[in-house]
Design a protein around this ligand. Structure first.
Ligand code: ADP
Length: 809
């Protein structure tokens, strides 16, 4: 290297000297020895000049290579962060849309089955689970009942509801004890699950989300995978989504529980009415005959009903003696009707028995000829017991009606507020509905701000418009008292309370209920309901109703806040995305220009370096050869990158692709031969198994690029001693190209991203494998252009198989 300039100079000088000697000899004018000096000088100068030029070309090439590698690294980073933002944005937006959809659907559900249907369609879209289920726990927390199940791959036995003892099932026990989401990654190997059940069901991943409404645990929301669906664990940012989803489901579950309770009540009522009818119908019939009001005939049942000692004590008595004063008027009027020959309907009357007890009877009266005379036939049933039952029924009915009305009202409130996700609308709904529910004259909702130190009345009903009596310092007033103690305050006269505020007294506030608005164990604020009319108080039932609204409101506000946070995140992401989209546009433009601009100089540089490598400018020393080979390799990989970029920009611009009939067999063999040396150097065995297949319509140069990328990946990601197998075969209407390696493999998480532009599983600065992350995205585009399909199977540390299916003509 050090004396290289001399070699160039000697060569050049010799050439010039030789030409000059020849020319001088030819003209036979060799006058002076100075004549030789000029060509020698020119020779030296040319030699030095040539040597300098070669050094410059080398330096320039090196500089361009480094510069381009750096630019590509920066672009890679940008593209990856763009893809991350896009992914995060789409995910958040998907979560929001899903929660909105779910909350709309859940407003109309009446059964657990409808809940699970709404749920499964969402978890399938968002988390990819095809099965979901619902466990509800009993009040004592002893038994968990699988209420409903929806999914694929599940044994039919599971479609029926069943119950389990919680204490006998460690996994259920843990899920219920935990207030967070419990995930079993693989049920087959997790010691918490029951191996027998798991084997029977074929469960793989199980996710249990607690279903809580306020402090009440309703059960568990489950979802997961079965059998060959494999393992699927939720990502950390999907856990928030799942918790919010569970809140919505909890409200819906409570609604269905209420509906079930109502059905139960209605059933009890119906049964009780049925029993009443049965009792009346099966009561023994007493038969009496009166002649001129005197009893002339009585059967043994009549003797028994009236508790007569014997028939004799009964006969001859006037039946009017037995009639209770309550029924006397009725009986008299029926007597007259009967005398007038009218037809009588059966009636209920009250009689007094021989033993003095009052008894209810049902009587059918009609005229009869008895022993040749006109008499009256009375058929009597004792309905005393049935009457007691009827009264009980009525009481029950009234109670049920009242209970149902209250629950229905509360449920309606829960439905409305759980369906409102925007905080201002939600808060004002809460205040208005609660005010109506307890018939309060005024209402307000005060919420604690983020600092937890200040309380603001933002939403109110029937209070002066300038009422912002507002940000109260912590601890002052009954609202703060409610929040700090987490207890409702119920006052008949506000002004007598030690914490009463002058402005409220001035407004004439009298009866007050201050209700904590709670979610889980945190108090978010207070709901104030008040009357100004003197003597208009709130009942204990009003208090219970208001407390219930307070709890529902807490959950709904918590959900609305989560929704708002998510919404803000989506908006921020949308902004970033817009910026990054612009960057992406610039970057695509830059890439197109760069790849275009680089093609020619690169081709020239490669041409020169190939010439030098072929010793065209003199035999190279071993040292020089090594350097030239390095430069050649770098230039080759650069030109590879540029070729990939050019093809990608071709796709971006949607330029038409020329098709011809391609001989894939030849192509595969040619590319494989190119790679044999590389494989040998990496101590890998590269085998090809190529059958006879017809010509395939396609673009040979693109297909070559596709193969080149897949093979170079297979070799790059396989350690020495490994194997790479290329197979080409016909399969119905397809030609299948399979490239299988025994390399490092790809994890499921990476699998989702390998076809993204610039994605590399290891993109750290210290990464082990070279590359740009463009290869597979290009492969995907090429396969797409050919109307084909790409499939990947991979197992970490075992290897990967890429399968390309290309359609035949
Ligand atoms: P590059 O190979 O330039 O990094 P590609 O787009 O070709 O980019 O591949 C993207 C990523 O996919 C690689 O970085 C690697 O993590 C992974 N990958 C591709 N092929 C294989 C393979 N045969 N074995 C293991 N990982 C692979």
């Amino acid at each position: 290297m050090k004396w290289e300039w001399l070699r160039y100079t000697v060569w050049a000088t010799a050439v010039f000297a030789f030409t000059s000697i020849i020319s001088n000899l030819a003209s036979s004018t060799l006058h002076t020895s100075y004549g030789m000096l000029i060509p020698i000088l020119v020779g030296i100068l040319t030699g030095v000049f040539l040597w300098q030029t070669k050094l410059k070309i080398e330096a320039h090439n090196e500089a361009r290579t480094t510069e381009l590698t750096q630019t590509i690294a920066t672009l890679q980073d940008e593209a990856l962060s763009y893809q991350d933002t896009t992914a995060a944005f789409h995910q958040s937006e998907q979560h929001l849309q899903s929660l909105l959809r779910l909350s709309n659907q859940l407003q109309h559900v009446n059964t657990y089955d409808e809940i699970i249907t709404a749920l499964t369609s969402e978890v399938r879209v968002i988390l990819g689970y095809r099965s979901a289920w619902l466990y509800l726990v009993d009040e004592k927390h002893e038994v968990a009942s699988l209420i409903t199940y929806r999914g694929e791959n599940i044994p039919t036995s599971l479609n029926e509801a069943f119950s389990v003892n919680i204490s006998g099932d460690p996994f259920l026990e843990e899920s219920l004890a935990a207030s967070h989401i419990v995930v079993v990654e693989d049920a087959r190997t997790d010691s918490r699950t029951n191996p027998q059940i798991i084997q029977e069901l074929g469960s793989r991943t199980i996710v249990h989300v607690p279903l809580c409404l306020l402090d009440k645990q309703l059960g568990i929301l489950g979802m997961g995978t079965f059998g060959d669906e494999g393992i699927k664990v939720p990502q950390p940012d999907q856990l928030d989504y799942l918790s919010t989803l569970a809140n919505h489901i909890a409200v819906a579950v409570e609604r269905v529980q209420f509906i079930e309770k109502r059905r139960q009540y209605e059933r009890t009522l119906r049964e009780s009415e049925e029993r009443y009818r049965l009792l009346v119908e099966s009561a023994p019939l007493a038969i009496l005959v009166y002649d001129n009001d005197k009893i002339v005939y009585a059967n043994p049942t009549a003797v028994n009903i009236f508790r007569a000692e014997s028939l004799d004590t009964f006969l001859g008595k006037s039946f009017l003696e037995f009639i209770h004063p309550d029924s006397l008027a009725l009986v008299q009027s029926r007597r007259q009707q009967l005398a007038a020959g009218e037809r009588l309907e059966p009636v209920e009357e009250r009689v007094i028995r021989f033993d003095g007890q009052v008894c209810d009877i049902e009587v059918h009266t009609s005229p009869i000829m008895y022993q040749g005379r006109t008499a009256v036939l009375a058929m009597v049933k004792d309905i005393t017991v049935a009457k007691v039952m009827e009264a009980e029924n009525k009481r029950l009915l009234a109670e049920t009606a009242e209970y149902l009305q209250r629950e229905e009202h509360l449920n309606e409130i829960a439905r409305i507020i759980s369906g409102t996700l925007k905080l201002p609308a939600l808060a004002s709904n809460i205040v208005h509905l609660a005010t109506q529910l307890v018939d309060a004259e005024k209402g307000a909702l005060a919420l604690i701000d983020e600092t937890g130190e200040s309380l603001t009345y933002t939403y109110f009903c029937n209070l002066p418009p300038n009422f912002t009596s507002s940000a109260r310092p912590k601890g002052q007033g009954i609202a703060w008292l409610t929040i700090l103690t987490n207890q409702a305050i119920h006052l008949g006269d506000y002004s007598t309370h030690p914490q009463a505020q002058p402005e409220w007294i001035h407004m004439g506030i009298r009866a007050v209920m201050s209700i904590p608005v709670i979610t889980q164990d945190t108090c978010l604020g207070t709901l104030l309901l008040c009357n100004t009319t003197e003597g208009k108080l709130f009942s204990e039932r009003d208090l219970a109703n208001a407390k219930s609204v307070g709890r529902q409101a807490g959950v709904a506000i918590h959900n609305a806040r989560l929704y708002a946070t998510e919404h803000e995140r989506v908006e921020a992401l949308a902004k970033t995305l817009a910026q990054q989209e612009e960057l992406n546009r610039l970057m695509t433009g830059f890439l197109q220009n760069t790849s275009h601009e680089l093609r020619t100089p690169l081709a020239i540089a490669m041409g020169y370096i190939d010439l030098i490598a072929e010793d065209i400018s003199g035999e190279l020393t071993v040292n020089q050869k090594e350097m030239v080979v390095i430069a050649q390799r770098r230039l080759h990989s650069l030109s590879q990158i540029v070729a990939d970029l050019t093809t990608l920009s071709l796709f971006d611009e949607h330029l038409p692709v020329q098709f011809e009939l391609v001989n894939l067999v030849e192509l595969v063999e040619k590319v494989a031969t190119d790679f044999h040396l590389l494989a040998k150097k990496a101590s890998l065995s590269l085998q090809t198994d190529v059958g006879t297949i017809p010509l395939v319509p396609g673009n040979a140069s693109l297909l070559w690029q596709m193969l080149d990328n897949l093979l170079s990946n297979a070799i790059k990601f396989t350690h020495s001693g490994g194997q790479v197998n290329v197979r080409l075969f016909q399969d119905n209407a397809h030609v299948t190209l399979e490239i299988a390696d025994t390399g490092i493999g790809i994890t499921p998480a990476q699998m989702n991203r390998i076809f993204e532009r610039f994605y590399q599983a290891d993109s750290s600065a210290s990464r082990t494998y070279g590359g740009t992350g463009l290869g597979l995205s290009l492969v995907k585009e090429i396969v797409g252009v050919h109307g084909g399909d790409i499939q990947v199977e991979s197992e970490v540390k075992k290897g990967s198989t890429f399968r390309i299916l290309l359609p035949l003509a």
